[in-house]
Design a protein. Structure first.
Length: 37
């Protein structure tokens, strides 16, 4: 039961980091777009 809670928390953490990484990636793409336009 404890292991299940830890693994659930772990996957939520991984997904959270992934969403932040995607958000930063989108901001970089927008910044590059404005830089070249």
């Amino acid at each position: 039961m404890i292991l299940l809670a830890i693994s659930t928390f772990y996957w939520r953490y991984i997904n959270f980091i992934g969403e932040i990484h995607n958000f930063i990636g989108e901001m970089e793409i927008i910044a590059l777009f404005f830089q070249f336009s």
